[in-house]
Design a protein around this ligand. Structure first.
Ligand SMILES: Cc1cc2nc3c(=O)[nH]c(=O)nc-3n(C[C@H](O)[C@H](O)[C@H](O)COP(=O)(O)OP(=O)(O)OC[C@H]3O[C@@H](n4cnc5c(N)ncnc54)[C@H](O)[C@@H]3O)c2cc1C
Length: 387
């Protein structure tokens, strides 16, 4: 079984310190303004946490997903989660570090670690949806550059990013024998001519905005291709599994955040001459939510451990199960927390309803419950595929 990581205490202490200054109020103010929390980001860069998973020879800390999961869990616990950390500094940095050329690594990884460059991740398309193999954004080689055309949907934080890591088809779906072939990963300059951003009206309150992104003959230098052309699927799951694990960590942290509020309230609020937490009608759902959250926390840590150990297959299975368990547990915790607060649960002062869409979103994003259950049914249990 896996062991405790030596850096855990230090990471949690760092987040506690940072969250004294850049607390939930700061995060909410940024979210309401639609402004990126630059100060918090720079503080994390200064502490070496943006580059935590970047190899030491490229300016990072050389640590793994277990440490990153602790960081994100603790940020969630303080109510200050950042999705750009997941997509840019876990997924994109990981892909570049693992599959980028030496030149690409040297160009992008040190500034990512310093917080001088930010990256977002663009896979989802309006037509393909969860069926990522059916994406239509195309990248055609023309001389020394690829020409990118297409549309991406729900892309988090493009406006606050310098680059997008785009998944595109270098060979059309109709022209490949195996649907997994023909996908490629490209680093795209956000300010390149031909890129248009359209902000989406989302009901999730957080500082990173979602956008539809349009590519109209966008030129991408060939040197910004990651790995080999057409082999993107082989690389992609080394980003998507870490994404699921870190999303699970965020969910566990946010679940603890809302549960803490509920427990404190249940101890303090007196009705019928005794604290409401005395009633098992509230104490049991709270205890159940706590148990489910901590189960999910262990599952998340185990998935991170397997990924760090390089056990790709099992890590994939556990990444999916951890994300499923953590998102459900956090949603349960938030629902119970609202219930415990009675009418106050619906007041903005209590700051639970603000979190509800975010927590609930984690059941659908980055991969939906149904697609996870499909994966577990097919790949873990060996059941026939239904679709
Ligand atoms: C806040 C937010 C941030 C996001 N950030 C990013 C980002 O930065 N980058 C990015 O690339 N994407 C991002 N996304 C997109 C996100 O990953 C997708 O929304 C998610 O993967 C679901 O895809 P979809 O919305 O196309 O749903 P669809 O694929 O249209 O699915 C709709 C419903 O049908 C179900 N369904 C579909 N197929 C099956 C099946 N075979 N069996 C059973 N059920 C099925 C799904 O589970 C779901 O419940 C973000 C989304 C949101 C809401």
């Amino acid at each position: 079984m896996f062991e405790a990581i030596p850096e855990e205490k230090m990471i949690r202490e760092f987040v506690r310190q940072v969250a004294r200054q850049y607390d939930r109020k700061y995060w909410l103010a940024k979210a309401r303004e639609g402004a990126f929390p630059d100060e918090l980001w720079q503080e994390m860069a200064a502490g070496g946490y943006l580059g935590m998973m970047i190899p030491e020879e490229h300016g990072g800390g050389g640590l793994g997903l277990q440490q990153m999961a602790v960081l994100l869990e603790e940020m969630g616990h303080h109510g200050i989660p950042l999705l750009l950390l997941v997509v840019g500094n876990v997924m994109d940095a990981g892909l570049i570090a693992r599959y980028g050329s030496e030149e690409t690594k040297e160009r992008y990884l040190p500034p990512l670690a310093r917080g001088d460059l930010r990256f977002c991740f663009a896979l989802t398309e309006p037509t393909a949806g969860s069926n990522s193999f059916r994406i239509e954004t195309s990248a055609k080689l023309d001389g020394d550059s690829y020409v990118l055309n297409g549309q991406k949907m729900f892309i988090t934080g493009v406006d606050a990013s310098d680059h997008l890591l785009v998944v595109a088809r270098t060979t059309a779906f109709e022209e490949v024998e195996d649907k997994r072939e023909g996908l490629s990963l490209l680093i795209v300059d956000r300010h390149a001519p031909g890129i248009t951003l359209q902000p989406l009206e989302m009901g999730v309150l957080h500082p990173e905005t979602q956008f539809a992104v349009y590519f109209d003959d966008v030129r991408v230098p060939r040197s910004d291709l990651i790995g080999e052309e057409g082999r993107g699927t082989r690389y992609l799951f080394d980003a998507l599994n870490p994404e699921r694990i870190t999303a699970a960590a965020v969910a566990v942290g946010l679940g603890r955040h809302v549960l803490d509020k509920a427990v404190n309230y249940a101890k303090e609020r007196v009705v019928f001459d005794q604290p409401i937490g005395t009633h098992q009608g509230l104490a049991h759902p709270l205890a159940e939510a706590k148990t489910h959250l901590e189960l999910a926390a262990v599952m998340t840590r185990y998935a991170a451990y397997l990924a760090d150990e390089g056990d790709k297959l099992t890590a994939g299975e556990y990444a999916n199960m951890a994300k499923f368990a953590a998102a459900d547990a956090a949603t349960e915790a938030c629902d119970v927390a609202i219930e415990v607060h009675g009418g106050s649960g619906f007041s903005t002062d209590v700051d639970l309803l603000e979190l509800w869409p975010y927590i609930r979103m984690l059941r659908t994003v980055p991969v939906s419950r149904e697609m996870i259950l499909n994966y577990i049914g097919e790949h873990v249990l060996g059941l026939p595929r239904s679709y």
